[in-house]
Write a protein that binds this ligand. Structure first.
Ligand SMILES: *Cc1c(COP(=O)(O)O)cnc(C)c1O
Length: 420
């Protein structure tokens, strides 16, 4: 079957959709927008009513190559006909190929595969705990994380997440986490010092190179460089959660490249599979902390997910997509800053790296990010909030100059409609 036929087929199906039927049987754990998306091509999506949208959400920074990308269709089709799942009881060549690419294209020496961002962070947390016990000889290891961070929705990762709203009513939380303000080196030093007595001590520091859900806050270069030297001196493990910012989204392949340092451990998920669920934890040097039998995942790194993720990686590289991320990111930020200067009463700041950007609304007005997102959706542009006041722009990394212009026109129009 030709790629053209496959692309067409992927975009032809039509689903009868009824919201009430859906809500009757699916748990209401999400505040859903009242549309159902059924087809996509590139950066465009269509809902079940036939309305077209420009996609600046990309499944929340996940659909790296957009929708119905010919390379993904080809990889999915070929792999599913060969083999889909076998278990890590056996060697999985596709896993080896993906790990080889990641190792060749990062500071990592080895990779552990799982299925999501939270799981990748869980793996990192387990590695950090065992490292603290067996190498640093700490009885009660503490992992420092940042206020306003986001690390996932499992019990350990909501505990790691420095935002009470994700933890409320789920206590008792997992012990062994303390929080510090982001980009504040004195706070880290104080937190390490405070614990230095007794048998509690900091074993690891886990941070996002750029805080995503917390409001698109880029890490400060000086802060992270100082953090690196503290970790080098003390043996404290430096863990980076690259689930949202990694895999090219920042304009560099990994977020840490923007900070001029390398982490000891880092995690990836969202963009890695281009929409196929896969997560990964990478480590430099600390490859033998977790031994056979100490961590596992049934689906982790299965042939299907790995073959697709490898295709995403190769396509990023061969089609020089990082250059597009840098160019389109600059175009987007410049355009948003122009809009911000037109509506200074509404917009406080525009910031980000590559194609992960935030437009922060003024704190002292009633207007929230969700209001802008809803208005943009009406105009055919999909956006997503990052916290209450920040509108997030995370389009597929293949977004074109014309598409960025269209998005900017819609944002300009929508901001023009906003009151107070
Ligand atoms: C989305 C996200 C996670 C959680 O990933 P899941 O795949 O939803 O478990 C963790 N960390 C960061 C930084 C994220 O953006």
């Amino acid at each position: 079957m030709s790629i053209e036929t496959l692309v067409q087929q992927a975009n032809l199906s039509s689903t009868a959709f009824n919201k009430e039927n859906f809500d009757e049987v699916v748990m209401s754990t999400y505040g859903r927008f009242p549309i159902a998306l059924e087809k996509g091509l590139g950066c465009r999506l269509w809902d079940t009513e036939g309305k077209e949208y420009l996609d600046f959400v990309a499944g929340i920074a996940t659909c790296t190559l957009g929708h119905a990308h010919p390379k993904i269709i080809e990889a999915v089709t070929q792999q599913i006909q060969k083999i889909q799942h076998v278990s890590n009881l056996y060697y999985i060549p596709e896993q080896g190929e993906l790990a080889r690419w990641i190792v060749d294209n990062s500071c990592a020496d080895k990779v552990f595969f799982c299925n999501s961002g939270a799981e990748a962070n869980e793996a990192a947390i387990k590695l950090a705990r065992k490292y603290a016990h067996t190498v640093l000889d700490i009885d009660n290891p503490i992992i420092l994380t940042a206020n306003a961070s986001f690390h996932g929705r499992t019990l350990a990762t909501i505990t790691a997440t420095g935002q009470p709203k994700y933890q409320k009513n789920f206590n008792p939380l997992v012990p062994g986490f303390n929080y510090v303000p982001y980009n504040d080196i004195d706070a880290v030093e104080a937190a390490i010092g405070e614990l230095d007595e007794g048998n509690y001590a900091v074993g690891a520091i886990m941070l996002e190179p750029l805080q995503g859900e917390g409001g698109i806050r880029p890490g400060d270069v000086k802060y992270f460089q100082k953090l690196r030297s503290i970790c080098d001196e003390t043996g404290i493990l430096l863990i980076f959660d690259e689930v949202q910012v990694g895999m090219g989204r920042s304009g560099k392949l990994w977020g840490y490249e923007n900070l001029g340092i390398e982490p000891d451990v880092f995690t990836s998920a969202k963009g890695l599979g281009g929409g196929v669920p896969i997560g990964a934890m990478m480590t430099k040097k600390f490859c033998n902390v977790l031994q056979a039998g100490e961590h596992a995942s049934t689906f982790g790194g299965n042939p299907f997910a790995c073959a697709v993720a490898t295709t995403v990686c190769h396509t990023l590289e061969k089609e020089n997509i990082l250059q597009n991320v840098c160019n389109r990111g600059e175009q987007l930020r410049e355009g948003l800053r122009n809009i911000a200067s037109k509506y200074p009463q509404h917009i406080a700041e525009v910031r980000g790296w590559g194609l992960i950007n935030g437009m922060e609304l003024q704190a002292d007005i009633e207007l929230n990010a969700i209001d802008v997102v809803k208005a943009a959706m009406k105009e055919g542009l999909l956006l997503v909030p990052a916290g209450t006041k920040v509108v997030r722009f995370v389009p597929p990394l293949i977004v074109t100059e014309a598409e960025v212009n269209t998005a900017l026109q819609i944002v300009d129009k929508v901001m023009g409609q906003m009151k107070g």
